[in-house]
Design a protein around this ligand. Structure first.
Ligand code: NIG
Ligand code: FE
Length: 417
């Protein structure tokens, strides 16, 4: 659904560009006061000073929104989530509170594999309605595009089911959030392949990735490249095969130990490498050189009580940094955009301007969409967030609280507060 819309009297706050902003560019926001943004059939057709007049009745075909006292930003892009799954893992969370680690729970058959059991027990409608609930909450925090991963099926039927759920949500005429799909069959080794990781990688390459490609069910292929999960060699083999079949690449890299996943992302020219808590200096430089977006997920570090990724140093090294939530039932059961802003600014030492770029234009770049979303510029989608303040500093300052007043998707207004 798209609309014609005039937003006037706004304070527009946006990064500018049709590619990722790297290094010092990340802090360069444009701020326009008393501005008008015109959206025609869902696409931005004017950004600039208020024009005041009714252009000879032309605007009678437009909705009007007086944004006095509000900031208008590009819609937020949450470029890393796992929002389609069955069940929950509240017990695991309580075990972690008592000192057990994420990986030790996974090693004794909990973790991702326990969500796999719950997801395999769900049908399409059950998975879809639960996922749709998350999308509503995301929209209320200003998200207009989200990436979602499979990876809780680990067999052909359930991996495809998760991807079909995401396609169905994205095809919904009344959707508030665009959904970009990623195939993450290499999220864990399923019980059927226990101790036979290489055979499982072969199975993914031969039996599942070609079907995902033929049915256009995902744009990206991702892998949990981690000690005890998929090694660098296994990840490389899988990702090269996926690239061959037309997928753009992502990696869960250097999340728990420094394995070199960020370096592999640079070697393969992946679109993004995500997590990066333990990425080495050399791999950070390699990502900057190759233009791999460094997607940082501060909520996960917070939830796992791990050290935060070195966001400040990555930007200073010339990387394009994106921020995302990593919403999933295990390591990080949160899709909180407000808390992501706060943690990124307080603990990863991003400036507020850099954090805004990271959650808009660079999030879009992490999804190969910087040409169509992520900034308020003519030709891009009319996807916006209106804050209930004209001071964008509230985004991290109002810690963990929502200052989104209205989310606008392709010109359609969805009031929040
Ligand atoms: O990004 N690390 C791998 N994948 C997710 C966690 C998934 C889960 O625990 O269910 C992550 O942290
Ligand atoms: Fe993840």
């Amino acid at each position: 659904m798209t609309e014609n819309l005039i937003i006037f009297n706004a304070r527009v706050v946006t990064p500018i560009g049709f590619t990722a902003r790297r290094g010092a560019e990340m802090s360069e926001l444009i701020i326009l006061d008393n501005a008008t943004v015109e959206v025609t059939d869902g696409i931005i057709t004017y950004v600039g000073a208020n024009r005041g007049e009714n252009r000879d009745g032309y605007y009678q075909h437009y909705w009007h929104y007086n944004a006095r006292g509000k900031c208008l930003l590009p819609g937020f892009v949450d470029s890393h989530t796992h929002f389609v799954f069955g069940g929950e893992r509240a017990e695991e969370f309580s075990w972690r509170l008592k000192g057990e680690s994420y990986m030790s729970i996974m090693e004794r058959g909990g973790g991702i594999v326990s969500t796999v059991k719950a997801t395999r027990a769900c049908n399409f409608i059950q998975l879809r309605s639960k996922a749709e609930g998350f999308l509503k909450q995301m929209s209320a925090m200003g998200v207009t595009t989200v990436e979602g991963k499979s990876g809780y099926g680990l067999d052909r039927e359930t991996e495809l089911l998760q991807l079909r759920v995401m396609r169905s949500l994205n095809n919904d005429e009344h959707k508030r959030v665009d959904v970009v799909s990623t195939f993450l069959g290499a999220h864990a080794v399923p019980e059927e392949y226990s101790g036979r990781t290489d055979d499982y990688v072969d199975y993914l390459i031969r039996e599942i990735i070609p079907v995902v490609a033929q049915n256009n069910l995902a744009e990206f292929c991702d892998v949990f490249c981690e000690q005890g999960v998929f090694s660098i060699e296994q990840s490389r083999r899988l990702l090269l095969a996926a690239k061959e079949m037309g997928f753009a690449l992502k990696l869960h890299a250097d999340e728990i130990v420094p394995l070199g996943g960020a370096g592999l992302a640079a070697e393969l020219s992946a679109v993004s490498a995500d997590h990066l808590l333990h990425a080495s200096d050399a791999d950070i430089r390699a990502m900057a050189d190759k233009g791999v977006v460094a997607t940082l997920l501060p909520l996960t570090a917070f939830a796992l009580k791990e050290p935060y990724a070195r966001g400040r140093e990555m930007i200073d090294a010339g990387c394009a940094v994106a921020l995302a939530t990593d919403l999933n039932p295990g390591s990080c059961f949160s899709g909180s955009i407000p808390l992501t802003f706060a943690l990124a600014c307080i603990y990863m030492k991003l400036s507020i301007e850099e954090a805004i770029t990271a959650l808009t234009l660079n999030g879009a770049a992490a999804l190969n969409r910087a040409d169509s979303i992520g900034s308020i510029e003519i030709g891009k989608k009319g996807d916006f967030v209106l804050l209930n303040t004209d001071n964008y500093h509230f985004l991290p300052y109002y810690i963990g609280m929502n200052c989104v007043n209205t989310t606008i998707k392709e010109g359609v207004i969805y009031p929040v507060l």
